[in-house]
Design a protein around this ligand. Structure first.
Ligand code: SF4
Length: 327
């Protein structure tokens, strides 16, 4: 089967000014650095990594909300990297985004009906009975009452606002939805409701998701496969079962060890010395040489400081970029 989306060598460098008052120089901030990725139709690819690792930038690059510095993206058989704005607009119907912050993402002066209808109008529909009917159907699908349409974002809770954001993203019936940390800003009690809603909508509408999160616990139930990102690069990709049962990359092992354990019988099993990582993620202005994780890796070897590990593929297509993984 052809992937719904394929990225090759996808790169985003931002030029930033560094240095003191008298000697300012321009340096490339390597937010995303040569990412290869596929997303299959109907799956949920979880994308996980710490804040600042480039995962949100990657999500935006994949649907061309930001232009790439290098590399290409093929969506549904069309290369979108170089499309003209007009041609891109037509393709954009098929790929939408749900933002992290349900408070900041909605225009406070627009009613729910205007908010959810706006993408239809941008893509050429008229503000007519059919559009209003489409909004009503969408509100029902995301679990909001019809009376919500005349109210404004400030009248809703965080979870309800995220439902409005989801309705807005799905009104055009896209094929791919980038869910950019859609539950991170919500109370824990509401997070499961939104994840379940996204899961139900996926089954009902045949959606494909890229689900971004900073914690492997959040993506566990919804993902088909999981990709782990560190400092602008994908370091491991695998089928969910394989990744959680047998993580190969020391960074994934550390992320898994830090997932809160809710089952009392497992609580004693905290991070061990072999899995624990210390320190902050290094700056993307000057990523470490060799393996970018070597400054924090509990298994670092001399070769890790000089040679960047290639992505190696093992059983069941489980991929990891680490010198410890057999080639
Ligand atoms: Fe650790 Fe070396 Fe593997 Fe990088 S390549 S994750 S530093 S063991």
């Amino acid at each position: 089967m052809m992937p719904l989306l394929e990225a090759n060598g996808l790169t985003k460098h931002y030029e930033v000014e560094t240095g003191g008052f008298f000697r300012r120089t321009k340096t490339a901030l390597r937010a995303v650095d040569g990412v290869d990725l596929t997303i299959e139709p109907g799956e949920t690819l979880g994308l996980v990594g710490e804040s600042g690792c480039g995962k949100s930038t990657l999500g935006r690059l994949l649907i061309r909300l930001v232009p790439a510095t290098a590399g290409r993206v093929i969506f549904d058989g069309t290369e979108i990297t170089e499309l003209s704005p007009k041609a891109l607009r037509a393709v954009r119907r098929g790929m939408q985004i749900v933002f992290q912050d349900p408070f900041g993402a909605l225009n406070p002066r627009m009613s729910v009906e205007e908010t959810v209808m706006e993408p239809l109008l941008i893509h050429g529909s008229r503000r007519n009975a059919a559009a209003r009917e489409a909004v009503a159907r969408m509100l029902e699908m995301v679990g909001l009452p019809n009376s919500a349409r005349y109210r404004f974002p400030h009248e809703f809770s965080g979870g309800q606002r995220q439902r409005i954001g989801i309705a807005r993203a799905l009104i055009l019936r896209p094929k791919l939805v980038v869910c950019d940390e859609p539950v991170s800003a919500l109370d824990v009690s509401v997070q499961a409701q939104i994840v379940n809603l996204l899961s139900d909508l996926q089954a009902e509408l045949g959606l494909t998701y890229l689900f971004i999160a900073h914690d492997l616990g959040v993506v566990k139930h919804i993902s088909t496969r999981v990709a782990v990102m560190y400092l602008g690069k994908i370091v491991e990709v695998a089928d969910k079962r394989s990744l959680y049962a047998r993580p190969l990359h020391p960074y994934t092992q550390a992320l898994l060890a830090s997932v809160p354990i809710t089952h009392p019988a497992q609580r004693k099993r905290g991070p061990t010395r072999e899995t624990r990582i210390t320190g902050d993620i290094p700056t993307a202005l000057a990523p470490p040489s060799g393996c970018r994780f070597h400054t924090r890796c509990p298994h670092v070897m001399p070769v890790c400081r000089t040679e960047e590990p290639a992505m190696r593929t093992g059983e069941d297509g489980h991929q990891a970029a680490c010198h410890l993984v057999p080639g």
